[in-house]
Design a protein around this ligand. Structure first.
Ligand code: PMP
Length: 404
């Protein structure tokens, strides 16, 4: 059955907001999605009723909170087809990718190669640059085809026996391109490399099974998944996570500490130094529960239909260039408007209540490769409606008139 966004909209209190005298049209979910009552309520309930620090207490509240926190880990594991012990809670995808790069970096040396793509978010470039600067690791980037798809022939050439890590975004936050990560993982493994997937955008739009995509590590953030900020996930295949050295040091991540020696806890606690984001983890657990209660394939179809309607509305309009037209792309629509700066477009759209993002979207190398300094990005979430797409198109039309 087709997914009807009007069934879920009342669950998102913010969607009844007005911007000036206009209803809010929120088209910035790829940056951060809005939160349903289920998430807000779970976080508020925890703080009102059970709150205490996790793991170390013996009192009732500490035990209740620990159970809720560990239960959130179980829910997230179920959501991506993983084992609980393979789920590391982090502050976000950025921290997850930094953790994995720092850990893998401990066994890399000068001349070893890390293969990335030209469409990576800075979160999947900068941590590897640290290894380039510190160790002399060589970074290579798979180029794109004109439609924004990955050049798979080039990728095959670029994976060599020197390649130690392949780290690829599953769905680009700018182009919407969905990369064939399973195929890339197979190529990486055949060359003896570790496969890392940045699933920040993809995990939101379609069911994701970490084993199906064949990765060794997968990173994503809670806040794009209708959960709160301050929580993210690093999934690591058990044997890979086991082999990864600790990252940050502190309480909870040790087995035994002495004045002259230390042994570490098993994963996932080995990677969760200090007091974790407890309330946020519980919020993320509630978000994945809530999402799991929906027909996610129908949601994906709904989002694809919103994208198509918006893209059709823009195609053929003079002076508009859509960035990324690869087959099967996800629901993000980045574009430039000739003669107008993306920031100006976004600010004018805001006058019509339409919230979009403008800038480089933390993908500067990609923008340079595309030959643009910035772009406007409208991104669609499950709560968006066709009427909102039309409101966006109409507002954009008026905005363009302003510039012509
Ligand atoms: N990768 C991709 C593809 C993203 O879209 C984002 C968020 N814009 C990130 C990584 C980083 O996520 P966060 O800022 O939540 O750590």
């Amino acid at each position: 059955m087709a997914f009807d966004p009007d069934h879920v909209r009342p669950e998102f209190p913010i969607l009844s907001r007005r911007i000036g005298d206009r209803p809010l049209v929120y088209l910035d979910s790829a940056a951060s999605a809005q939160k349903p009552e289920a998430v807000i309520g779970a976080m508020s309930d925890l703080m009102r009723n059970s709150y205490a620090n996790v793991h170390r207490g013996l009192h009732t509240l500490a035990n209740e909170t620990t159970e809720l926190y560990e239960n959130a880990r179980k829910k997230v594991a179920g959501f991506i087809g993983a084992a609980e012990s393979e789920i590391v809670f982090t502050r976000g995808a950025t921290e997850a990718l930094n953790l994995v790069a720092a850990g893998l970096g401990r066994s890399l040396s000068a001349g070893d190669e890390v293969l990335l793509t030209e469409m990576e978010h800075h979160a999947n470039i900068v941590p590897w640059h640290f290894l380039r600067e510190r160790l002399g690791v060589v970074l290579r980037f798979v180029p794109l085809l004109p439609d924004g798809a990955l050049d798979m022939e080039a990728l095959e050439r670029l994976i060599t026996p020197r390649t130690r890590v392949v780290s690829v975004v599953h769905m680009s936050n700018v182009l919407g391109t969905v990369n064939p990560v399973r195929r890339i993982a197979d190529l990486a493994h055949a060359a003896g490399a570790v496969m890392v997937v940045d699933a920040c955008q993809s995990v939101v739009h379609a069911p994701l099974d970490v084993h199906e995509i064949g990765a060794d590590f997968v990173a994503f953030s809670g806040h794009k998944l209708y959960g709160p900020t301050g929580i993210g996930v690093l999934w690591g295949r058990a044997e890979r996570l086991d082999a990864l050295p600790p990252w940050q040091g502190g309480g909870e991540m040790i087995d035994r500490v002495d004045f002259d020696q230390i042994t570490y806890a098993e994963p996932p606690l080995r990677f969760e130094a200090g007091t974790p984001p407890i309330v946020e983890a519980v919020g993320l657990g509630a978000a994945v529960d809530w999402l799991s209660g929906l027909d996610r394939l129908a949601v994906a179809e709904h989002e694809a239909a919103l994208y198509s309607r918006a893209a059709e509305g823009l195609s053929g309009v003079n002076g508009i260039r859509i960035l990324g037209q690869a087959e099967g792309k996800g629901a993000v629509l980045s574009f430039t408007v000739e003669g107008a700066h993306a920031h100006d477009i976004a600010q004018l759209l805001d006058r019509y209540g339409v919230a979009v993002r403008a800038g480089t979207h933390c993908a500067e190398p990609l923008m340079r490769r595309l030959g643009v300094s910035s772009s406007v990005r409208a991104s669609f979430g499950l709560y968006n409606t066709t009427q909102e797409v039309d409101a966006f198109l109409e507002a954009l039309d008026r905005t363009r008139t302003f510039f012509s």
